[in-house]
Design a protein around this ligand. Structure first.
Ligand code: GAL
Length: 393
């Protein structure tokens, strides 16, 4: 390598480190989002109750600090184009003050098109104005959802039949426009892209100012959908790191559609994937099982590990897979995962996981040290279940 390329490599590394330090997301963002449970019914009252619950349940102290209002808060624009919230949110600034008074942050939602997915007002043509409005209210996060912008993309495609990338370029420019507008407000507003992984946002997300980007279409509260999403993430590991995260969508833990073991698998996979952890349940109705899953400190610590390395699949044989994720302190997290209807013995070679002379093994969900192990490790995993281990020297 010549001196010039060494210097440019070093300055790239320095710029990346600086970006990570100044990013609002040095580790994957954690909080709550209204969509998975409340969808279009969310109100100011629900958001305040959620803020209260985040504090009283211990969720905030476990790291869940963002309270994100998803689609359907928008009202009309006034004569000067300023967006106002609808009657469900009588005073957004007062709501932000309330959320902040609890030591939490407030997130909001819009999109680059004329309309959002739920057919509320989008930001097209009002990007700078909306960013200023959000900053004035005291907003801390914006989720920006593609939705009806597909209309503009179709028109661009038709106008440039010779350029197969024309629509993609228009979409990236639209995301950059809002990213720049947020930055221009001077308020740190975490920018969360939602365009379902179209056109590989992991490759251009950081350049438009994003701290996270959805990698898939929507999750729902079924084990099958959750599992399909998780299985599609392994190749994206190189694109996650301090300051910028792949987002396989929000958590469904506590919404009732999966068994406890399945929710434990969901939480484990999201933590292994260094995913943002955005709870999506009604926090006023949490069971002890929901709390034990969402607030397991050791699982959260894996998600939030400062190295920021996303897990990759060590192997997959039919219904079983083994995932590994490097952690600080030369440790490795290992998840033994099954999609099977029955109990399975899942094996992996400690040497292949980076421990040729064996490792101390901790079973994270059981909160039990399994002592020093060598060679092949075998874990028994229940139906749709998981065993989560930390290996150390
Ligand atoms: C979808 C998005 C969901 C939710 C919904 C609101 O496009 O993926 O997470 O935001 O729109 O309408």
């Amino acid at each position: 390598m010549n001196v010039r390329s060494l210097i440019s490599l070093l300055s790239l590394a320095a710029a990346t480190t600086l970006a990570a330090q100044t990013s609002p997301a040095p580790t994957p963002p954690m909080g709550w989002n209204s969509w998975n449970h409340f969808a279009g019914k969310v109100t100011d009252v629900d958001v305040r109750a959620t803020a209260d619950q985040l504090v009283s349940t211990g969720m905030r102290d476990a790291g869940y600090v963002y309270v994100n209002i998803d689609d359907t808060w928008q009202g009309k624009r006034d004569a000067s184009g300023i967006i106002h919230a609808n009657e469900k949110f009588p005073d957004m600034k007062a709501l932000a003050d309330y959320v902040h008074s609890k030591g939490l942050k407030l997130g909001i939602y819009s999109g680059p098109g004329e309309q959002t997915c739920a057919h509320y007002e989008g930001s097209l043509g009002h990007e700078a104005q909306d960013a200023q409005t959000y900053a004035g209210w005291g907003i801390d996060l914006l989720k920006y959802d593609l939705c009806s912008f597909s209309k503009q993309m179709a028109a661009e495609r038709a106008a440039h039949p010779d350029d197969p990338k024309a629509a993609t370029k228009l979409m990236i420019a639209a995301y950059k426009k809002m990213g720049d507008a947020l930055r221009a407000t001077g308020r740190p507003i975490l920018y969360s892209l939602c365009q379902y992984g179209l056109e590989e946002p992991w490759k251009w997300g950081p350049q438009v100012g994003a701290s996270m980007w959805r990698t898939t279409d929507d999750i729902n509260d079924t084990w099958a959908r959750m599992f399909i999403i998780a299985q599609s993430q392994s190749d994206l590991a190189p694109f996650a790191g301090p300051g910028h995260w792949n987002d396989p969508d929000m958590l469904e833990v506590g919404n009732g559609g999966m068994k406890t073991e399945e929710y434990r698998q969901h939480m484990t996979l999201w933590a292994m994937l260094a995913s943002p952890l955005l709870a999506g349940n009604d926090l006023t109705k949490m069971t002890d099982a929901d709390k034990s899953i969402l607030m397991n400190r050791d699982v959260i610590a894996i998600d939030q590990d400062p190295l920021g390395k996303q897990a990759t699949r060590l192997y997959q044989h039919g219904d079983i897979s083994v995932w590994t994720r490097p952690l600080t302190g030369n440790r490795i997290a290992v998840a033994l995962v099954t999609a099977s209807w029955g109990e399975r013995n899942i094996q992996f070679d400690l040497a292949q996981a980076g421990f040729p002379s064996g490792a101390n093994v901790r079973d994270v969900w059981a909160a039990k040290d399994l002592g020093h192990q060598q060679g092949i490790f075998t874990g028994t995993v229940r139906q749709h279940g998981v065993m989560l281990l930390i290996l150390s020297k």
